[in-house]
Ligand binder design. Structure first.
Ligand code: HSE
Length: 452
């Protein structure tokens, strides 16, 4: 007879409903694999009158989350309400009552992870958060367990299903931004506040979590330089496509590999670039071909080399699958009395720091609206040249009427502070109209071979 693990669920929206249905479908299979039966005994919701049509007894619903977080008969609490205020209180209460907690709440983990992990450890329980990053992709497990013997040399992520869906539909179907976002909301991909998705914050939370796990010091959301996809012009998507590039909202986590080896032979990997912005990828790169709601994480480890993780990044079933994986881990930890066998997060590089955006170097795409007359290009080239910024190619699309034309410049590797200075000066030229558009390019060059 399988041991029963009693679960209290707090929040039963899109993901919670998906979890209850998935457990009803595969609970018996999981019990046979785990030797433990996972049973949702109570569910806290805001509104009892809402018709949820779930395969559970109506009597298990309550509006009182506290009664679940403190109930001695509940072994495990699953928090799926989102937000960072009440959710934090819910998790802390459950941990202090000796219950391990499972959460999909990336904003909360990124902002308050250190506090929550410490509280879990203090109470001899654990906090599981597989569903917080990249939906159904088991990337937390991959980093914490599968790649534990590697130093992460670089990590790239397409981590927001909503943004990837919007960018894919804008490029392939010519949809405008607002229509594509409305569809993403209808399909249940977007956050309750979709600004979190399209302004890049959701990706930044996930990037912060992945960076923290990879480098052993906690990266807070305000340390992640973040730009979203709102306002992206279809013109740039089209021009980029003509030059062989695809837009993605890309999270980049890249340590300073050129740091000198220390006396004990270790190579410090700090500072680490942790950024999120719309990025142009060569269209033949595997990440450029991750489309729709799919997410992907590319991790290069110093032992394993390049690895890639791909799967649905948002939606009820994808997230439910990740919560099921945490439920299985937590149930086994309860069965074997081993909570903490794989700690939620173990700090190990406490001197690590995040790289300042000004010193981040990359190639750029620039689009300017300029006066179509001789000398314009010379003016712009001279500003760039004075700042030691090289142009790798340029292109002026034909067919624009009037004396104002778009001018696209591809820039060699340049520092962000130099580019900012150049754009300020270029914007002041009387032959340039409006704000220049600046997009970063990630060429995925091979890593330098470093001497030991
Ligand atoms: N809104 C998120 C996304 C859901 O679109 O990826 C998963 O975190």
């Amino acid at each position: 007879m399988a041991e029963k693990v009693s679960v209290g669920l707090i929040g039963c929206g899109v993901v919670g409903g998906g979890l209850v249905r998935a457990l009803s479908r595969n609970g018996a299979l999981m019990a046979s694999r785990l030797g433990a039966q996972i049973s949702v005994e109570r569910i806290a919701v805001r509104d009892l009158s809402k018709n949820r049509d779930l395969p559970v007894e109506p009597a298990i619903f309550t509006t009182d989350w506290m009664s679940i977080a403190t109930d001695p008969a509940i072994h495990l609490v699953v928090e799926l309400v989102g937000g960072t205020d009440t959710a934090r209180e819910m998790i802390l209460t459950a941990l202090r009552h000796g219950k391990s907690v499972i959460t999909a709440n990336k904003a909360l983990i990124c902002e308050y992870g250190e506090e929550l992990f410490e509280e879990a450890e203090k109470n001899g329980v654990n906090l599981y958060y597989e569903a917080s990053v990249a939906g159904g992709i088991p990337i937390i497990k991959a980093l914490r367990e599968g790649l534990i013997g590697n130093r992460v040399q670089r990590l790239y992520g397409i981590l927001n299903g909503t943004c990837n869906y919007i960018l894919t539909q804008m490029k392939n179907k010519g949809w405008d931004f607002d229509y594509a976002l409305a569809e993403a909301q209808r399909l249940g991909y977007a956050e309750a506040d979709p600004a979190l998705d399209v302004d890049g914050h959701d990706t930044a939370h996930k990037a912060g979590i992945l960076a923290s796990l990879s480098y052993g010091f906690w990266v807070r959301p305000d340390q992640v330089h973040t730009e979203g996809i709102r306002g992206l012009d279809i013109l740039d998507i089209q021009f980029a496509a003509r030059m062989g590039y695809t837009f993605k909202l890309l999270a980049m986590v890249k340590p300073n590999l050129a740091a000198p080896v220390s006396q004990n032979g270790a190579r410090p990997f700090s500072p680490v670039q942790v950024t999120v912005f719309p990025t142009l990828l060569p269209e033949d790169h595997v990440l450029a071909n991750v489309n729709g709601v799919f997410n992907a994480v590319f991790v290069q480890g110093d032992v394993v080399g390049e690895t890639l993780y791909y799967g649905p990044g948002a939606g009820a079933d994808a997230t439910a699958s990740a919560v099921l994986s945490d439920l299985a881990d937590a149930a086994l930890d309860i069965k074997c009395d081993s909570a903490g066998r794989v700690p939620a997060f173990t700090p190990h590089e406490e001197d690590g720091e995040v790289q300042d955006i000004d010193s981040v170097v990359c190639p750029f795409y620039l689009r300017l609206q300029v006066m179509d007359r001789p000398g314009t290009m010379a003016n712009i080239a001279s500003i760039l040249g004075d700042l030691n910024i090289g142009i790798s190619s340029m292109f002026q699309p034909e067919g624009h009427e009037g004396d104002r034309v778009p001018l696209v410049l591809m820039i060699h590797d340049a520092r962000h502070d130099a580019m900012r200075e150049a754009l300020k000066k270029i914007g002041q030229l009387d032959v340039v109209f409006g704000d220049p558009v600046m997009i970063r390019v990630e060429p995925f060059d091979p890593l330098p071979v470093l001497a030991d």
